[in-house]
Design a protein around this ligand. Structure first.
Ligand code: PEP
Ligand code: MG
Length: 331
């Protein structure tokens, strides 16, 4: 089996019916980079940049950050690297951030408080520094920039203004950066963002669905709470309908849509997600071969048929039973 998964590395992620999908890797720390190369992933679909602020009591400045992004981009040798600006919330601890008074908002519920893009728009120098460092590194290869936890169009516009301003500032200083600027995209991980995806897609150059948070917010079940794990079901039709809306919006507005939550690494779920309209997935590198194997066995007709049925299903169990039966057929 290990050999077989190894051989898959060089094969395309192509359905048995011919459509080619994109499989990329999620990265939480740069040290995971060698796994990406081994996995056969076509680039980094999500670089979670939270690591920059962990285990340090000084904020990483522009130079430090550039020195971290640059080798990642170079190592991907022409495959895209999607860098998400930091998704910090008051439930996380960072000595570097608390020294400058960030991250101790005392929110009653941190998941519903100041996190992600909200926090960055309140502490703009964090965002400016990160944008500048990414732009400085972006000549080394195809880069995309991703905004976390978007819940409204105003946030996207505000972030885009800052992005453009930082770009102009760097050019004025004589720094060579890509023209036009690298694509600026948004996470779709709140129900509001999924419901408004058609509007948001006009302000964002790509959409990345985060099913981890989207499931939590749609079902009002904390992703980290053991006593609601039975409720936390990304295959719940309520979540699937939000995914469908997002995929449709991307298609209509001609914006690429990828999915980078844990669900992307579940071979059972991937044919359904394809049927819902998702063509690009990003997951932990170790999951890429298995997901690719499933994709190469599945057919688009079946994926679409399952998607139709799943959207009309009454609960996640029904969806899971259908997907399990299909996975069994594929073997
Ligand atoms: C998600 O919410 O699905 C996601 C990819 O982001 P994170 O897991 O980092 O919150
Ligand atoms: Mg998230």
């Amino acid at each position: 089996e290990r050999q077989m998964l190894g051989r898959l590395r060089r094969l395309p992620a192509r359905l048995s019916s011919g459509e080619v999908l994109t499989l990329q890797a999620n990265l939480e720390i740069p040290a995971e980079l060698p796994m990406v190369a081994q996995s056969g992933a076509a680039g980094i679909g999500l670089l979670r940049s939270e690591f920059l602020f962990m285990n340090t009591d000084t904020l990483p400045d522009e130079d430090r950050q550039e020195a971290i992004y640059l080798p990642l981009i170079e190592a991907m040798a022409g495959d895209p690297v999607t860098i998400r600006v930091v998704d910090w919330g008051s439930e996380k601890n960072s000595d570097a951030l608390s020294r400058v008074g960030i991250g101790h908002g005392g929110d009653v519920n941190p998941a519903l408080g100041v996190r992600g893009i909200r926090l960055l728009l309140q502490h703009r120098t964090l965002l400016e520094t990160q944008f500048a460092a990414i732009l400085r590194a972006a000549n080394a290869g195809p880069v995309r920039v991703l905004l976390p936890m978007v819940s409204g169009v105003g946030e996207v516009r505000a972030a885009r203004d800052i992005y453009a301003r930082i770009g102009r500032r760097l050019r004025r200083k004589g720094v060579e950066i890509p023209d036009p600027l690298p694509p600026l995209g948004i996470m779709i991980e709140t129900p509001a963002a999924a419901l408004m995806a058609d509007v948001l897609a006009q302000e964002a150059e790509f959409l990345a669905i985060g099913t981890n948070d989207l499931t939590m917010y749609a079902l009002a079940a904390d992703r980290a709470a053991a006593d609601v794990t039975a409720l936390y079901d990304p295959l719940h039709p309520a979540v699937l309908r939000l995914l469908r809306m997002t995929a449709d919006a991307g298609l209509r507005q001609r914006r690429p849509v990828s999915l980078c939550g844990e669900l992307a690494s579940d071979p059972l779920a991937v044919p359904l997600l394809v049927g819902l309209g998702v063509r690009s997935f990003s997951m932990h590198a170790s999951a890429v071969p298995r997901v690719k194997r499933t994709i190469r066995a599945a057919a688009m007709d079946d994926c679409r048929r399952m998607a139709c049925r799943a959207l009309e299903a009454t609960d996640g169990e029904e969806v899971r039973a259908m997907l399990t039966a299909y996975a069994h057929d594929l073997r």
